[in-house]
Design a protein around this ligand. Structure first.
Ligand code: EPU
Length: 418
């Protein structure tokens, strides 16, 4: 199994291009299944998750070609509306095929995802929403079976603005009969892009980017092309490294998607310069402690909570970091403590005292963003860090060690049997 080796405390400088957003491309790929034609998606990050989704596209019968960030999906041959356990268990986003395939075929079978490393992560909003649209839902040997001749528009209110449920229900509703209103919809940029893409395919969604989506059903969708938005979470991860290690510029990004993160970095003492499509960060002389609570967009993203904990572990003072989106998403804390961080956890809050230095250590990845926080900590730590189980990082970060190396970091991938 591969590992990442880091020789820490090398200053960073220069610029790096941010890849297309993982959490935008995955639902958009499933939306392309709704059209009997070829859709071309560009700026597709070459990730383990993208490849898993391509495998799923092929299992359901689509033809895919993926080369240098350009993905062509031909939905005309889709004939098998089923997502098997083997794929869904490795990538929960596979659950996104539920809405589109139900809408197109009137029947779909998708493995129930189960729990994950940081909690139960239920899918009840997706299922209740589909039932409200008139689908019959049954559970059979770990699989969800959903059936409906044609879904019927209705009003759906989510208890919480779930990203996945908003995407799934929006995809199911675009070809339903009549009007669907989604209340308390997610407003994340990735959901905005999904809805805009559905409209390019012929859907009629209004209120995009607000918490009230109004969807007037159309008979069918046609294929369409799309260029994926930049990955704000990859960008945020590089910003936390820049905050600690040197002036870097992130190119090809949309700075507004990071408004609150940039504000928090300024509070921490960093200097930030933005243009329409780039951000330059210069590190603080000393990182100031800044409390942070995650929230749905435009709040501070839970997907950057682990990296913020890593940054704050080197602050001049104590901070409190609370995750309100995923209460158990703290598997990085015991690993960061292996660097000497001394973080304490109480319910969904991490108390981070801030230490003078971190010392490199062997540590283990437990999920995508936890791994990213260990890399940020390893880059800032004195001495050598060895990160194992890095398949987690490969799920969500394109060429992370090449990108950090181009900025001056000493970071290598090693085959552990070598
Ligand atoms: N929730 C329910 N029931 C549901 C759905 C969600 O109770 O049916 C709860 C969840 O348990 C959680 C909250 O609602 O407490 C938010 O979950 P959400 O549905 O918004 O998350 P998701 O759609 O499963 C996406 C991203 C995650 C990201 C979250 C929150 C993708 C493929 N995944 O997950 O990304 O953390 O939104 O922003 O878009 C990552 O990229 O590392 C990652 C985990």
């Amino acid at each position: 199994m591969d590992k990442i080796l880091i020789e820490g405390q090398k200053p960073l400088s220069g610029s790096v291009k941010i890849s297309g957003a993982k959490n935008a491309v995955l639902p958009i790929m499933t939306a392309a299944l709704m059209a009997k034609g070829k859709s071309v998606i560009t700026r597709v990050p070459d990730l383990r998750d993208t490849k898993t989704m391509i495998r799923l596209m092929e299992i359901v019968g689509a033809k895919c070609t993926f080369d240098s960030g350009r993905l062509e999906i031909d939905g005309s041959t889709v004939n098998n509306p089923e997502a098997p356990y083997d794929l869904v268990k490795t990538m929960r986003a596979s659950f996104y095929v539920l809405g589109p395939l139900l809408a197109r075929f009137g029947t779909v079978k998708v493995s129930l995802p189960g729990g994950c490393a940081w909690g139960p992560r239920p899918v009840d909003f997706h299922l209740k929403g589909l039932e409200k649209l008139g689908a019959k839902i049954t559970l059979e040997s770990g699989y969800i079976l959903a059936e409906a001749k044609r879904l019927k528009g209705t009003e759906i209110s989510f208890e919480f603005p779930s990203v996945g449920a908003t995407g799934n229900i929006a995809m199911a509703a675009v070809t339903a009969e009549g009007r669907t209103i989604i209340i308390n919809a997610a407003c994340e940029p990735e959901i905005v892009q999904l809805c805009e893409y559905l409209n390019d395919m012929g859907a009629n969604i209004n209120g995009i980017g607000t918490m009230r989506l109004v969807i007037d059903g159309v008979d069918s969708l046609h294929s369409a092309d799309v260029d994926i938005i930049p990955d704000r979470i990859e960008a945020g991860t590089f910003l936390t490294a820049g905050a600690l290690l040197g002036e870097i510029t992130l190119e090809d990004i949309i700075p507004q998607h990071l408004d609150l993160v940039l504000l928090k970095l300024r509070e921490a003492g960093c200097r930030i310069l933005t243009t329409t499509n780039s951000v330059t960060i210069s590190p603080a002389d000393s990182i100031q402690p800044v409390d942070m609570t995650t929230a749905v967009y435009p709040g501070f993203p839970t997907d950057l909570q682990a990296q913020w904990v890593a940054l704050m572990s080197l602050a001049k003072g104590s901070s409190m970091i609370t995750d309100t989106v995923y209460h158990d998403r703290f598997s990085h804390v015991p690993e960061l403590n292996r660097f000497g961080a001394n973080i304490k956890l109480e319910n969904n809050t991490a108390f981070v005292p801030g230490v003078n230095e971190l010392i490199g250590a062997p540590v283990m990845s437990t999920d995508i963003r936890a791994s990213a926080s260990l890399i940020v900590a390893g880059l800032a730590a004195k001495g050598t860090t060895e990160v194992s189980r890095i398949y987690h990082i490969d799920r969500g970060y394109e060429q992370i060690e090449e990108k950090f190396r181009s900025l001056g970091a000493n970071i290598q991938r090693k085959n552990s049997s070598a």
